[in-house]
Ligand binder design. Structure first.
Ligand SMILES: *[C@@H]1O[C@H](CO)[C@@H](O)[C@H](O)[C@H]1NC(C)=O
Length: 298
């Protein structure tokens, strides 16, 4: 019944470009339906793994990862003290909220507070959402990881998920971290989930830095080169192709400044200050993962 094995390499070569375009069209069409379960997102028959890794078999744990609609409701967390309207409400990205949350996430002693870290990530996820439907894949994976971490943070063992450091201590002491292969029988650990966010944070840090320090280079190119540096090494061929196409559809520099700084001008004064804060969070997190030899968790 099947195609003879010999014919398939050539056939593949012929069908691949058309297939990719078809998949993209299907994907773009499907991204208009935000309620689609995560498992329906497929590239070439493989589940989409954007913040995951090439070994696509991650414990799905049935999380469809809807955007966290009322993040302000998490019990036990004081509201952000700010003269502006409270952050985290509504679908719109505010760079002020991003910087505030990430700045508050690192204590003077270098502890990374997960509550604030996740607040920062929810803001970043809103930013990704505002980049358009081509980023739907990235957005879904991001929200999924945030949801997993949020569940740990407000769950049964929430006290141990107060900071990155306490999480690492707790998960290592209880044998919850898979160092060799991802277990298919238990949910992904906080350590491996946060590592995916951590790598993506580097991508966004690099992208925003490049955006704030260059002129005349299209953002799509900056985003692609940040991706090459920070994330591509961890991604399968399919995900790299999908990402490349998403970047092509990226908003213009002026539009990005509109999103990032609420002003469509050539300057965005808060951008580089925000990048510095992100860099600080990234560095503190990197230090912890590196000290525990956990930078390559499957
Ligand atoms: C983070 O680390 C890099 C490399 O070690 C360094 O160049 C950068 O200045 C650090 N960022 C901050 C905000 O300290």
């Amino acid at each position: 019944m099947g195609i003879p094995a010999r014919a398939s390499p050539q056939l593949c070569r012929l069908l691949l470009p058309g297939g990719i375009i078809l998949l993209i069209l299907l994907y773009l069409a499907s991204s208009h339906l935000p309620e689609l379960p995560h498992s329906t997102c497929l590239w070439g028959g493989r589940p989409c793994r954007w913040l995951g890794d090439p070994a696509a078999d991650e414990g799905e744990s049935g999380q469809a990862a809807p955007p966290l609609s009322q993040p302000g409701q998490t019990p036990g967390q004081p509201p952000l003290q700010t003269a502006h309207p409270p952050c985290q409400q509504g679908p719109h990205f505010h760079i002020r909220c991003l910087r505030g949350a990430f700045a508050a996430s690192v204590t003077p002693s270098g502890e990374v507070l997960l509550g604030e870290y996740l607040r920062g990530w929810k803001e970043l996820a809103k930013f990704i959402d505002s980049l358009g439907t081509a980023f739907g894949l990235v957005s879904r994976e991001t929200w999924q990881k945030i949801t997993i971490m949020q569940d740990y943070h407000s769950g049964q063992h929430g006290a141990h998920y107060h900071s990155l450091q306490s999480m690492v201590t707790f998960e290592l002491a209880n044998g919850l971290v898979d160092f060799h292969a991802l277990s298919s029988t238990r949910p992904p650990s906080g350590c491996r989930t946060l590592l995916r966010l951590h790598r993506a944070l580097r991508w966004l840090e690099l992208f925003l830095y490049k955006l704030g320090t260059t002129e005349g280079v299209p953002p799509s190119q900056l985003c692609a080169s940040a991706y090459q540096e920070a994330l591509a090494p961890y991604h399968s061929w399919w995900v790299r192709q999908a990402s490349a196409l998403a970047f092509v559809a990226m908003p213009s520099r002026q539009e990005l400044y509109g999103i990032l700084c609420e002003q469509e001008q050539r300057v965005c004064p808060t951008l580089l200050a925000t990048v510095r804060v992100i860099s600080q969070v990234y560095n503190s997190t990197q230090e912890v993962y590196s000290a525990q030899n956990m930078l390559g968790l499957p």
